[in-house]
Design a protein around this ligand. Sequence first.
Ligand code: SF4
Length: 343
Amino acid sequence: MPRIFSGIQPSGELHIGNWLGAVKNWVNLQHSYDTLICVVDLHAISGKYDHQSLAQRTREMAIGLLAAGVDPEQATLFVQSHVPEHSELQWLLNTVTPLGELERMTQFKDKAQRLESVPAGLLNYPVLMAADILLYRADLVPVGEDQVQHLELTREIARKWNTEFARGEAFFPEPQPILSEAKRITGLDGQAKMSKSLGNTIGLLDSPEEIWQKLRPAKTDPARVTRRDPGTPEVCNIYHLHQYFSPPETVALVAENCRGAKWGCLDCKRVLADNMIAALTPIRERALELQAEPDRVDQILGDGALTAHRIAAQTMREVHDRMGLLSPARPVLSSPAQRDPEP
Ligand code: SF4
């Protein structure tokens, strides 16, 4: 069965942009592929971050994923730092990664120009991403458009490593993208991609009241100054959100009522809020159950780390061998997943 790898940063809040753009797709794919889903906490520390809340945000992200339908029976859900081979393979891949390629990455250039001092981790971020994928020799990676460039670099790194250490054999497969249908969800400001850092999100676990309070002031077509002004639904983010949360007949009604100024934007948003609440309530209820059982969540993540570690350890044995590293005389404990925390 082909293998897919997906990662998500522990932002602490899974929002509808993540859900529509990525997580719903993963939930579908887990039934057809050998699926690894990783909360990438090591990526989250490549810039300034709140270290006191990182562990909590990591668990919260796992809860969000489980509540959204990631099934530990179908997919391997784990935390990146629980499998230290990610960091190790990153170092080994650094040795074949061209510096110029890293400096050309759009996300690096965007972020670096806003910083006085650029941490090396920001530059090397795509190498860790390559390590995440190649460690499991994944065939496919569900990505948004903004990650396609990083995936291309992953393929180049795989090619270079294969040429150097596998005599051109495809030891590391060149992973292909699976582009999600809902590629880019615009935030409630109607301008930028939905993102927690921009404060333009609706959380997947928001209460009905929170959803309404966020939707009420959301940007709409600026041409609709008053209720009597006709609008153009295609330029309005509320209309696009209806397409994800409302049935087709409602979407058609929204377009008609908007163009004909037959209702106000608040009426339109109320219908959207009701449909959104209906879709998200079961997820929120599952999340509340899981939040009450943190040990169960940690157990799921521990089991996931063990499964991931078994694959990772096998890859690293072969990588060490092909790169000419001396094997240790005795097996060494290499993973927190392997170390027994109990006396
Ligand atoms: S009526 Fe609906 S689709 Fe039209 S501008 Fe207002 S919120 Fe947007």
